[in-house]
Design a protein around this ligand. Sequence first.
Ligand code: ZN
Length: 207
Amino acid sequence: MPEDRVPAKRRPGPEAGVEPSEVEESEESRPDPEVEARRAAALSLIRRFGDPVLKSRATEVDRFDDTLRAQVSRMGGLMRDALGVGLAAPQIGTSQRLLVYRLGLDAPLIALVNPEIEWTSEDRETMEEGCLSIPAVQVDVERPVHVRVRAVDESGAGRLIEASGLEARVIQHEIDHLDGVLILDRVSREQRKEAMRAMRESEREAA
Ligand code: ZN
């Protein structure tokens, strides 16, 4: 865990895992007010901890039409504005087995529909994660380092993804959302209590 963590309030709050470098760089310079305003607008559209949709198992997608592709591009836009690296459909209130991620500003947007984890490595590691649905909270989550995931894309074409490190972590975090599982469900009771305290404090500050 980095010792020089920036205070929770100024953290860009990536959806999962370590921040991509462009987000870290933005911490050096003062945050651009326009970027901040776009981020606040995006976050206001993302469901928060306590919303029942985040605790439900999402439904399989069976229609690969323009509506689905519009949903993917909307989620990609929201995720970019929110400075996140991943976003799952339940986070915008749609109970669908759909997630998107992008591992850097110039990286392609990847959409996984009906993803299934086929294999995970025995090799595991613990890293700090945040979640766009749980602002001001960072917890240490242990996960397998490598995964193999079978899914389809937004056009219904099959995809087999072998991922490691940050990519594997983001995919696992987002698939958890499709199963109604949050990072707070994956930490010790102590860490969970601490996180709830941070959440209440940030809500008080925001009020
Ligand atoms: Zn999340």
